[in-house]
Design a protein around this ligand. Structure first.
Ligand SMILES: NC(=O)c1ccc[n+]([C@@H]2O[C@H](COP(=O)([O-])OP(=O)(O)OC[C@H]3O[C@@H](n4cnc5c(N)ncnc54)[C@H](OP(=O)(O)O)[C@@H]3O)[C@@H](O)[C@H]2O)c1
Length: 280
């Protein structure tokens, strides 16, 4: 599994990680087996949130990583309504308890809400001083939010921005990716399979993916994941609650696409015009 520097965190992190939104809807044994299989194959970046299943996803992650905490780059998120100075600290402590760990590798503001980000960031800094989080970042931040965040926090403080990014939703390429690359902020693309709407094999785009996949003895989803991490700033976190799916996704970690193949995918899934940041 290829690893790369995760923004300002100074950590090397797997380019393909694992999401956990709705894993509580699968049979627990299957969700846990999928996360463990993913870990076996190097998908060590596990993304969760207090939102997911109202904490149940974090509890399932705790079971999956039991005895393997040091292998994992563990990320969770505070909900905007909890993101006051004090509320952020308390939310983090609840997440740590559910995750049965003493630290998060990265802690994110899930999206901007009514609490001033100054307060959230002050709480993040406190949590980091206390060793409860090793780095922090944001999610669903557009360029104007990032500018403001950087003015408040200072350069080099924000480890990542987690945003919607898949073949049919490439809006971040216009301005968010360039901004993050300029400021050393890792970009974690969420919903890489469109949250369950991956282009089918009979669509024009799906055929392009399959032809490229065939040339590499790979699958269309592996080709898509690889396209989504084609720049050094990019990471992706597909969610799988089926161990076979986790295996397939991990297979993208060492796939390499040629410039010609990247250009074909680029043409098959056009970027579209500049627009404000989409969220799921
Ligand atoms: N920050 C945010 O606001 C935000 C928003 C959305 C998502 N996220 C994060 O990003 C993660 C990923 O996004 P997502 O969950 O929305 O959707 P996704 O990863 O785009 O798609 C998940 C769906 O794809 C299926 N799948 C995964 N691998 C597969 C494979 N190899 N073959 C066939 N099907 C496969 C899964 O099925 P099975 O479960 O049956 O394996 C599930 O139905 C989330 O879980 C969450 O951690 C963050």
């Amino acid at each position: 599994m290829e690893q790369r520097r995760f923004g300002s965190s100074q950590r090397e992190v797997a380019v393909i990680g694992q999401g956990t939104w709705y894993i509580e809807n699968a049979k627990p044994a299957s969700a846990i087996a999928a996360l463990r299989r993913g870990l076996d194959l190097g998908m060590a970046h596990i993304d969760t949130a207090e939102l997911y299943g109202s904490g149940v996803a974090e509890e399932l992650v705790a079971e999956a990583i039991a005895g393997r905490r040091d292998e994992v780059f563990l990320v969770s998120k505070v909900l905007p309504q909890n993101a006051s100075r004090k509320g952020t600290v308390l939310a983090c402590e609840r997440s740590l308890a559910r995750l049965k760990t003493n630290r998060l590798d990265c802690y994110l503001l899930h999206w901007r809400g009514r609490h001033p980000i100054e307060d959230t960031f002050a709480a993040f800094e406190q949590l980091q001083r206390e060793g409860k989080i090793l780095s922090w970042g944001v999610s669903n931040f557009d360029v104007s939010d990032l500018e403001e965040a950087c003015r408040i926090a200072g350069e080099g403080r924000i480890a990542c921005n987690q945003v919607l990014y898949h073949l049919q939703e490439r809006a971040i390429e216009h301005a968010v990716i360039p901004w993050c690359e300029k400021h050393g902020v890792a970009l974690v693309g969420y919903s890489p399979f469109g949250h369950g709407s991956f282009p089918g094999p009979r669509t024009a785009g799906g055929r392009v993916l399959q032809e490229i996949a065939d040339a590499h003895d790979a699958t269309a989803r592996q080709v898509a994941l690889r396209f989504l991490v084609r720049r050094a700033s990019l990471f992706t976190i597909p969610k799988a609650s089926n161990p076979k799916h986790a295996e397939e996704n991990a297979g993208a970690g060492d796939l390499r696409l040629t410039n010609t193949e990247i250009a074909r995918i680029d043409a098959a899934f056009p970027l579209g015009g500049r627009r404000s940041l989409p969220v799921l």
